[in-house]
Design a protein. Structure first.
Length: 136
């Protein structure tokens, strides 16, 4: 978000120098701020769409007749956590494990956990926001 804020600041400074009329400058600044706000709203919308797609994927997996399609994601999470824990146990017994493997498994674990827990949290936040907007 920092580059976006820097861009808005530069835009405001350019408007200050090149638009001497206070009314026209205020209008241009308002449009610039509105563009910034719409960009943020677009990002929130993209996050919400992504969360909905994750939910659709999970629903499709659960509606399938295949045991593998229902259990591949949880099985992958369990496997990565078991291997990561075994690396931790090996390091406790001073067995050397290549650091890139540990980092890679940690990143995969975070990715899979964010799929399960992060997507649902975002959906709950968006639902609470919608219900608050509807009550107004």
């Amino acid at each position: 978000m920092l580059p976006l804020m820097a861009l808005v600041d530069v835009g405001m400074k350019v408007l200050d120098k090149f638009i001497p009329d206070p009314e026209a400058k205020a209008k241009a600044q308002k449009e610039l701020l509105q563009m910034q706000q719409e960009g943020r709203l677009a990002e929130l919308n993209a996050d919400n769409i992504e969360a909905q797609e994750l939910t659709k994927r999970q629903e499709a997996d659960m509606s399938s007749d295949s045991w593998l399609s229902k259990n591949i994601r949880p099985g992958t999470l369990i496997f990565i956590l078991v291997v990561y824990a075994s690396f931790a146990i090996m390091s406790a017994f001073e067995t050397s494990v290549h650091q890139p493997y540990v980092e890679l498994l940690g990143q995969w674990g975070m990715l899979i956990m964010s799929f399960y827990f992060g997507g649902r949290t975002l959906e709950k936040i968006m639902d609470m926001k919608r219900s608050k907007d509807e009550s107004k």
